[in-house]
Ligand binder design. Structure first.
Ligand SMILES: Nc1ncnc2c1ncn2[C@@H]1O[C@H](COP(=O)(O)OP(=O)(O)O)[C@@H](O)[C@H]1O
Ligand SMILES: [Mg+2]
Length: 255
């Protein structure tokens, strides 16, 4: 603790639980040491996919259609859009979900990261397994409809005055950007700048800044989007408050 207190400023280059979710940021606040990046609230919102959805929806930014489930002591609870809860069997919950979302779907732990616990599912059986698997990582589980399109990302920097970087495109070597595709498969690439029109870039940059402001961001973040193939719509996937500080360099045609 004394070592932390004696620092002029701390840059917490940490991922996930305790590092990126507002916990360590709370510690820095308590001991009054300046630090880089988002503060407690923005870090916790961005770390939690269910709560990111709520804020981003308020901001009027497009997102994949989704449903929310919670696990409690081996039981599953379906949570509707107004936070009404329905304890039910996993089969019944899947039936409700199938009425609002089409396969393929993505099942994700609400709090995780690096694609850990994320699975693409194509039918009831896979959906059930996906929910059970995701619940090992977090009691809150998000099920989303698949967005078919390109995956792009845009960094934002600043506090009151926010700047957006140019847009990069993720070219996953695997079916989706799984843990393996991110960290082990050297064929995955990030193309910077993305080969998209200036208008699309500008739209993405504006949305990245808006999303950052909406979660009450500070310092830096990276907003990840899909560009839907059929419509060209820009759809927010998530915001990472301490993004991509890994040894991997997938960047091609970087400037
Ligand atoms: N709704 C979706 N439609 C299409 N692909 C998705 C969807 N959700 C997630 N993915 C794929 O799964 C990857 C990991 O999901 P993501 O929500 O970004 O989790 P994490 O926070 O672990 O990075 C994404 O980079 C993307 O390739
Ligand atoms: Mg991601």
């Amino acid at each position: 603790m004394d070592m932390l207190k004696s620092q002029e400023v701390i840059f917490p280059v940490l991922h996930g639980l305790y590092g990126e979710d507002g916990t360590i940021q709370g510690l820095f606040e308590m001991i009054k040491v300046p630090y880089v990046g988002c503060r407690v609230l923005a870090s916790s919102i961005a770390m939690d996919k269910v709560y990111t959805k709520l804020v981003i929806e308020k901001a009027g930014i497009r997102q994949a259609k989704s449903e929310y489930i919670r696990e409690f002591k081996g039981k599953y609870i379906y949570i509707d859009k107004n936070f009404n809860e329905k304890i039910s069997t996993l089969d019944e919950i899947c039936e409700i979900i199938e009425k609002s979302l089409n396969y393929p779907m993505f099942v994700k732990p609400s709090n995780s990261g690096s694609s850990v616990g994320v699975n693409k599912v194509n039918n009831r059986d896979e959906l059930k397994k996906g929910v059970e698997f995701a619940s090992k990582y977090d009691k809150k589980i998000l099920v989303e409809e698949q967005v078919i399109g390109r995956e792009v990302e845009c960094a934002v920097l600043g506090n009151e005055e926010v700047l957006a970087s140019c847009v990069g495109e993720v070219k996953s070597a695997e079916e989706f950007y799984s843990f393996d595709a991110k960290y082990n498969n050297q064929e995955s690439k990030t193309v910077i700048p993305a080969e998209i029109s200036k208008e699309k870039q500008d739209e993405i940059k504006a949305l990245a800044k808006k999303a950052f402001k909406a979660i009450n961001g500070n310092g830096l973040a990276r907003a990840d989007f899909f560009i839907e193939k059929e419509t060209g719509n820009v759809i927010l996937n998530e915001i990472n408050t301490l993004p991509g500080f890994t040894r991997n360099k997938h960047v091609s045609n970087a400037i």
